[in-house]
Design a protein around this ligand. Structure first.
Ligand code: 5AD
Ligand code: SF4
Length: 365
């Protein structure tokens, strides 16, 4: 296959077959990667422009009933001291997000589905919605829930939801999770989100032990089939207090390879899905100080700066060496703005920054 031909076809919006996707994901030469990123960037400019959408990220609790084999805050990790932010602390972070002009907020936590938690989230969303007359867009990332719960949170004012499929291959999914974490239930939850009216985001981890290019091609097809509005994905990073980290202590330790794999997946996703929002995630920044900017240059258009209280950050270590655990929201804002300007992009201040894909599929605006 000739790279120029494949990229020209991709930029023109021609159909990419599985062979072409695998070919692009398998590129390795610096000049080839540069060409791939340049093509993805051109498609990004055409469909979503060069204004970065920001979401203030608040990690509101590290309590989780799940036990995913790769995750540092899995319920089985007894070394984690557990926290839940108070409503007032969350509202304080929301007010800060509004004051910064970030336009929208993401509430993220481990998975809980007890009634007290569901009520707590519902009321918190309602109160965030009341800030400055509903100025902030609200995204939730709180795991698998029932259709009813998703509906209640939507009615309270949340309008976007992130639920990563982690891997779209059922067999591979089963290798990454205990038996009671069911792939089909996760897919069903993604359907509930759509049914409840959310803009839906999903994603996967990249560079997992045992993951192949065909897994990633399948993931891309999954995103496409689900017709998602947003993508949040990033490289897998080892945490040694997890079953996966203990079994494969070396996987994910080659930072450059993990970074490259993450950037390639962003670029190919942009070529394939065109008008969706794609996040340049913290995991990229964990691998290189300018990882998130590289993500933007490879086709991503969303950044989620942490606006939560510094006191809690070290309690939310999904993987080791997570960046930003000692930088407060204010200084992060200044450095982020500088970094974004330096690559020739601008920040879309005070906008919800909804996915153009959502508007297109629902015929709104
Ligand atoms: N490396 C990278 N990402 C991880 N996540 C969890 N553990 C890890 C890890 N070790 C991701 C999962 C989850 C999100 C909140 O964090 O994809 O959906
Ligand atoms: Fe819980 Fe999410 Fe970590 Fe799984 S990845 S253990 S659901 S916080």
């Amino acid at each position: 296959m000739k790279l120029e031909t494949v990229l020209a076809a991709a930029v023109a919006g021609e159909r990419l077959d599985d062979g072409a996707l695998a070919f692009l994901l398998g590129l390795g030469e610096p000049a080839e990667l540069e060409a791939l990123f340049r093509a993805a960037y051109a498609v990004k400019l055409r469909y979503v422009g060069n204004r970065v959408r920001l979401r203030g990220l608040v990690e509101i609790s590290n309590i989780c009933r799940k036990n995913c084999y790769y995750c540092g805050i899995r319920s089985g990790n007894g070394k984690v001291s557990r926290f839940t932010m108070s409503r007032e602390e969350i509202l304080e972070a929301a007010r800060l997000t509004a004051r910064f002009g970030y336009g929208s907020i993401v509430l993220q936590a481990g998975e809980r589905n007890d009634p007290a938690w569901i009520d707590f989230i519902e009321e918190t969303v309602r109160q965030i919605k009341a800030i400055d007359g509903g100025r902030l867009g609200i995204t939730l990332s709180l795991g698998e829930q029932t259709l009813e719960t998703y509906r209640r949170w939507f009615a309270a004012g949340a309008h976007r939801y992130l639920l990563r499929i982690e891997s779209s291959d059922p067999e591979f999914y089963a290798r990454l999770h205990p038996a009671d974490h069911r792939y089909d239930e996760r897919v069903a939850a993604l359907g509930f989100l759509r049914e409840a009216g959310y803009q839906v985001g999903t994603g996967v981890m990249i560079g997992l032990p045992g993951q192949t290019v065909s897994h990633l091609v399948r993931d891309l097809r999954f995103f496409q089939k689900l017709d998602v509005d947003m993508i949040g994905m990033g490289p897998y990073l080892v945490h040694h207090d997890t079953p996966l980290g203990r079994e494969f202590p070396e996987t994910g330790s080659d930072a450059n390879r993990q970074l490259e794999a993450g950037l390639k997946m962003i670029a190919v996703t942009r070529l394939l899905l065109r008008n969706v929002n794609i996040a340049s995630t913290t995991a990229l920044q964990a691998l290189a100080p300018d990882g998130r900017e590289l993500g933007l240059l490879a086709g991503a258009n969303v950044i989620m700066p942490n606006v939560g209280d510094l006191a809690y950050r070290k309690g939310y270590l999904l993987y080791e060496n997570k960046p930003g655990t000692d930088e407060n929201a204010d200084s992060a804002r200044v450095s982020l703005e500088r970094a974004i300007t330096a690559i020739g992009e601008r920040i879309a201040y005070d906008e919800w920054g909804d996915s153009p894909h959502f508007a297109a599929r629902t015929g709104s605006r």
